[in-house]
Write a protein that binds this ligand. Structure first.
Ligand SMILES: Nc1ncnc2c1ncn2[C@@H]1O[C@H](COP(=O)(O)OP(=O)(O)OP(=O)(O)O)[C@@H](O)[C@H]1O
Ligand SMILES: [Mg+2]
Length: 333
């Protein structure tokens, strides 16, 4: 196991520039690169793998630069979006490929392939061909093939995006289980915020070739530093307000923000708790499975609240015209 670090990385193409001053995946951590299409996630992963050369900067494994090492000497396992299994080889041969290249003894190869297939819950399928497997099974084989060489770093580039929703959820918790079991330093690429939240120890949110913020899932979710991070991770309330003497007022509500002047205040709909009271006017409401979403007007501003139906302290069929509001967690952007 190792840490993976990028320092002063620059990669320029005609109409795109990737700039990463510093990014570090800790020993045994699952770090996700999350961002919209074209923001530079795959490029970053390819630089770590040694498949792409940066114009400047260093890639370090456990503090040692690996810039001059070709991919096969970096001891990494990679899984791409499109499985890329060898169609004319059996599952066994596909998984054994990296070990045969390394000329390991036959017994050792069989032992390791068996163990890798157990890890991804596919024992018994050794003699099938990729076309005889479902998409989810093929992607598990790709994962087994990456893991069988016992890499020190695992790189996964949108490994679930070709699968349908149910299988995607199942395989994502399996990836998490395997990663925890092996404690392998993993860099995971996705543009799906839910996947990133569910899987990651930490997330690096990328935008236009730059890293906007790095942090634990809930830290990014409730305390984004930029509007981009706030909006990318889910629905947001963002209000332009004025702070005086370190305090923002919104109708009868007060927030200590510690600064003065114009501020952009951010909070999630789930941070807005509706209770009995007189803080806001109910503009509209929507009942969802088990939850309820309110549009509320306070001081001329419309905000969204979302919470569990069971937490609503009045009859939801006949909500009052005015309600009390409590905002538990907020951030200043
Ligand atoms: N070999 C290349 N030559 C020129 N431009 C490239 C090359 N590879 C990638 N790019 C450009 O770099 C930018 C980032 O691409 P990259 O594949 O890293 O994005 P991504 O975040 O992985 O996107 P997606 O979610 O769509 O996979 C894009 O604008 C792309 O066109
Ligand atoms: Mg990509």
């Amino acid at each position: 196991m190792v840490s993976v670090e990028l320092r002063g990385i620059q990669k320029r193409w005609e109409d795109f520039a990737l700039t990463i001053e510093r990014l570090r995946a800790r020993d045994g951590e699952l770090l996700t690169l999350l961002g919209p299409s074209g923001c530079g996630k795959t490029t970053t992963l390819r630089i770590i793998a040694g498949l792409e050369k940066p114009n400047s900067g260093e890639v370090l494994f456990d503090g040692t630069p690996v810039n001059d090492l070709p991919p096969y000497e970096r001891n990494i396992g990679i899984v791409f979006q499109d499985y890329a299994l060898f169609p004319h080889m059996t599952v066994f041969k596909n998984v054994a490929f990296g070990l045969e290249m390394r000329k390991l003894p036959r017994m050792e190869i069989e032992r390791r392939v068996k163990r890798a297939l157990e890890l991804v819950n596919l024992e018994g399928l050794e003699n099938r061909y990729p076309e005889q497997l479902s998409g989810g099974q093929q992607q598990r084989i790709a994962l087994a093939r990456a893991l069988v060489v016992e890499p020190q770093v695992l790189l996964l580039d949108e490994p679930l995006s070709n699968l349908d929703a149910k299988i995607r959820e199942r395989l994502r918790s399996e990836i998490k289980r395997i990663q925890r079991e092996l404690k392998i330093t993993t860099i995971y690429v996705t543009h799906d915020q839910e996947e990133a939240m569910a899987l990651s120890d930490r997330i690096a949110v990328m935008n236009f070739g730059r890293i906007e913020q790095v942090g634990k899932p809930l830290e990014l979710y409730h305390h984004p530093k930029t509007e981009f991070v706030a909006r990318f991770l889910g629905s947001s309330n963002i209000l332009e307000l004025k702070a005086e003497n370190g305090v923002v007022r919104l109708g009868s509500l007060r927030f200590n923000v510690g600064i003065s002047g114009r501020v952009k205040m951010f909070f999630r709909p789930e941070s807005v708790r509706v209770k009995e009271g007189n803080d806001a006017h109910v503009v509209d409401y929507e009942i969802l499975p088990g939850r309820v979403r309110f549009k509320l007007k306070i001081d001329g501003k419309v905000i969204t609240s979302e919470g569990l139906l069971s937490d609503i302290p009045f009859d939801i069929e006949e909500p009052p015209k005015r309600v009390g509001v409590e905002i538990s967690t907020f951030a200043i952007l």
